[in-house]
Design a protein around this ligand. Structure first.
Ligand code: CMX
Length: 434
């Protein structure tokens, strides 16, 4: 069965569960909201629904209740590869079950049929100024795909709410198919010969991405692309890029508008851009100390940076309170394949020293590394050294998580989001009265 048929089969039961929860338990209180939560970025307020993934502070992400290690182990892999089909992960996110090899391949094959990017997108990107950030190019390209939206075409013709999910899925499959090609074009345009990439019908997405950006070690990079695109895909719904997409799509904006908002959110240094900033930091350390610093040198370097009021990118997290399992998975990949790489060794030493310094400083609630603390050295190792590009890779991957959530939000008929704000005076009066 295709993804569409599988979703269709699940719809009656899932809609019944959703409606029953609202009808029978709509007034059940989950938690109180504190003034701190209102003032402090809504941290920890339980107010979003998703079955696609869940982040446990002490354990990290589970995709459809499976840990990263379980997912990497259970998903089918291309012949001779260490890492699974990315299509298999998309199937898991959408359907909630580990696909067979045929089902995983079917998603990859379907993506290849949909991956052609309209020529005007490349033309628009060519007109962007040279110093435009690659994330601006990606966001512009996704927004510019808007005329392709089946959802909007059908909505404007007149479509019943129960049918919204079908064109939402169609748009999602088209977007996730075209994004890797757009990303590869941005890479070629900014750093190579500007060639318009062409997908090879015989390759899975990981291998195709490797050939579209023209790295030397195709086989090695294909596995890295598979790992990278799988682990960055989703981090439940409250993370900034996913939430921005969800909020935008809750107005029935189509996924091209909505994900352009999500990408613009991912481009911030506190979120997705931290992968670029983290690699910049590692390069700075390598340059300053002519390679690997001593532990004492790195400790002092970290303190100096904190005392200048600067962040340590790649460290800390709003939810996690342990080293991010996505960090662990990437470190394991690097140590197995290129343990002598200096940047990997520096990243490892940073992992040893920085958390201790952050604990001594006593500000960050989580001193441990997040996903962005190691992704850069892996790309760098395979020759993708243009670190401004790294958040684009994150954006290609995150599209899978947000579109799985988008489709299910339309299946369940989730309404427009509209939290309520309060004035500072109201909070003061409420505090005084309590
Ligand atoms: N370096 C220096 N200071 C840090 C820090 C870090 N890595 N992480 C947290 N802090 C500071 C905060 O800036 C804050 O300081 P102020 O009180 O002066 O404002 C204090 O510690 C408390 O912050 P927190 O509650 O621990 O962290 P938040 O939930 O507010 O923010 C995050 C989380 C990720 C934005 C923050 O840890 C950070 O800025 N990290 C560096 C950037 C980064 O790696 N972002 C990527 C996150 C993963 C992703 O989304 O991709």
């Amino acid at each position: 069965m295709t993804i569409k048929e599988m979703i269709s089969a699940q719809i009656p039961k899932q809609r019944e569960r959703y409606e029953k929860l609202i009808k029978d338990h709509g007034d059940t209180v989950i938690a109180e909201v504190t003034i701190r939560q209102i003032l402090d970025g809504m941290r920890g307020i339980k107010s979003l629904l998703t079955d696609v993934s869940f982040v446990d502070p002490e354990e990290g992400i589970r995709f459809r209740s499976m840990t990263i290690a379980e997912v990497l182990d259970a998903l089918p892999k291309p012949e001779g590869a260490d890492m699974p089909y990315i299509g298999g992960l998309y199937y898991l996110l959408m359907i909630g079950e580990i696909p067979t090899r045929e089902q995983a391949l079917e998603v990859d094959t379907d993506w290849r049929k949909r991956c052609e990017v309209p020529k005007y997108i490349f033309d628009i990107l060519r007109t962007m100024p040279n110093d435009a950030h690659p994330m601006a190019l990606l966001s512009v390209a996704v927004m510019a795909l808007e005329p392709e939206s089946e959802f909007s075409k059908r909505f404007h013709k007149g479509m019943k709410k129960v049918d919204y999910w079908e064109p939402a899925l169609e748009d999602s499959l088209n977007l996730t198919a075209k994004l890797p090609v757009i990303a590869a074009f941005i890479y070629n345009l900014k750093y190579k010969d500007g060639k318009e990439p062409e997908a090879d019908p015989n390759l899975d997405l990981g291998a195709n991405f490797a050939q579209m950006i023209g790295v030397e070690d195709q086989k090695g990079y294909a596995d890295l692309a598979r790992l990278y695109f799988i682990i960055h895909s989703d981090h439940e719904s409250g993370n900034a890029s996913a939430h921005a997409t969800h909020l935008s799509a809750s107005t029935l904006s189509n996924i091209y508008y909505a994900y352009s908002a999500g990408l613009s959110t991912l481009a911030g240094p506190l979120h997705g851009l931290a992968n670029q900033k983290s690699l910049e930091l590692l390069l700075e350390i390598r340059k300053k100390f002519g390679g690997l610093p001593t532990k004492e040198q790195l400790r002092k370097f970290t303190w100096d940076r904190l005392e200048q009021g600067r962040l340590i990118p790649g460290y800390g997290h709003a939810v996690l309170r342990v080293p991010d399992p996505r960090f662990i998975a990437q470190m394991k990949f690097a140590k197995k394949r290129f343990p002598d790489d200096t940047l990997v060794q520096i990243a490892e030493m940073v992992f040893e020293i920085v958390p201790k310094v952050l604990i001594e400083q006593g500000k960050a609630k989580n001193p441990a590394p997040n996903v962005d603390a190691i992704s850069g050295p892996l790309q760098y190792h395979y020759g993708v050294k243009e670190f401004e590009f790294y958040t684009v890779l994150f954006g290609v991957s995150r599209a899978m998580g947000v579109t799985a959530n988008y489709v299910w939000a339309r299946v369940l008929g989730q309404p427009i989001e509209r939290p309520k704000s309060m004035t500072m005076k109201m909070l003061e009066e409420f505090a005084a009265a309590n």
